[in-house]
Ligand binder design. Sequence first.
Ligand SMILES: [Zn+2]
Length: 241
Amino acid sequence: MNHLAAHLAWPRVKALATANAWALLPIGSTEAHGPHLPLNVDVVIAQEVCRRVGLVHETVEFPAVTYSLTDFAAPFAGTVSLAAETAKAMLVNVIRGIGSAGFGRICVINHHLEPAHFKVVHAAATEAGTGATFRVVVPDHRRKPTGPLLGDEFMHGGSHAGSYETSLMLAAAPQLVNDEARRALPSLNVDLPGAIKAGATNFLEAGGPEAYFGAPADASAAEGQRLFEIITRATLDAMNG
Ligand SMILES: [Zn+2]
């Protein structure tokens, strides 16, 4: 069962930690996700993965990290980006704070996929877990074998606000998707990872003038369910590993 830490009094949190529940830390961002999706897409996805993990394990989900390093979406209204050192320091403090309740294992569930940000997440988890009384796990669904299962668009183009994220949103929070807008969007076949490697520093430079890539019009709730099942399985595997 997944317990929301924010809704619990401290003795209950302590009891769950002592009973060896997993602590979960969802991480997202506040950033532009095309003209059809809200700013909190990554948070919604991370929290939905927490909920699904909680169907298998006893879990305590901590309040999400909603501000992160998000330089790529910075040119678009509503995006709020932290400097890397600020983001890292905050994550180290949050993870240590969670661990201080007595949790023996913490799973950091990150769904803001900007490479520099994911690097910060891994570094913060390593720093917080070094010499600690708790173990920190960071599932990384970009990697093999999971990444390729999430589709060609995920690997080579539209992992930002394309069919992948739009499908996940249609499955988890359809009321937050502007369906009319997303159906009208032409698909944008940009190799985002390639553009980043070639030196693009934001979505405009990468060829995404509306802060989306890929094919939002191709998204569906059924595909979102399929993707969530793959991501959840990978997350559970990482927790068991
Ligand atoms: Zn996203």
